[in-house]
Write a protein that binds this ligand. Structure first.
Ligand SMILES: CC(C)(COP(=O)(O)OP(=O)(O)OC[C@H]1O[C@@H](n2cnc3c(N)ncnc32)[C@H](O)[C@@H]1OP(=O)(O)O)[C@@H](O)C(=O)NCCC(=O)NCCS
Length: 133
């Protein structure tokens, strides 16, 4: 969670602790970690909803970027999904994160031409998101 915060992935309306617990509870999702010499250098959350595979919280610690760790994490997540029969993998990139789009495009990903609509089912989280939007 500290890595995600350092990498700018956490917003006031996010609950990373709950996300971690849900991702590690059950066999349809997990969090893959890149570890070097005992130190956490990167993560990716991966899950399969029965139709598509999803990636979340891809992060590489700032001082270890550009070494291929992000690519390795994405490829590991793809393999995790392939082993579970998921035909497709996708992810969301926040508006303004052009660097992430460039990164994913270099790995063969492309804009799927869809708009993602959503809202929190918890009114308090929805209010927090609207206040921070
Ligand atoms: C995105 C992120 C995970 C990339 O990690 P990384 O370890 O630096 O990436 P890699 O070194 O594995 O790069 C893989 C390839 O992507 C390319 N790439 C990386 N950023 C790029 C960019 N902005 N535009 C084009 N290509 C890019 C690299 O050049 C490399 O290709 P190459 O091997 O042919 O040179 C990292 O920058 C990060 O943690 N960012 C902050 C968190 C974030 O935005 N996550 C994504 C949320 S959707």
């Amino acid at each position: 969670m500290a890595l995600w915060t350092r990498c700018g992935l956490v917003r006031p309306w996010n609950e990373p602790r709950g996300d971690v617990a849900r991702a590690l509870d059950g066999d349809a999702s997990t969090i893959l970690a890149g570890v070097d010499g005992g130190a956490l250098v990167g993560t990716v959350m991966v899950g399969h909803d029965g139709h598509r595979g999803w990636l979340y919280y891809l992060a590489v610690t700032p001082d270890r970027r550009g070494e291929g760790l992000g690519r390795a994490l994405v490829r590991a997540a793809e393999e995790w999904l392939r082993e579970r029969g998921a035909p497709k993998i996708q992810l969301m990139v926040r508006d303004g994160n052009e660097a992430a789009i460039g990164f994913y495009e270099s790995l063969g990903y492309s804009n799927q031409g869809v708009v993602v609509l959503g809202r929190f089912l918890d009114p308090e989280l929805e209010a927090r998101r609207r206040a921070g939007a």
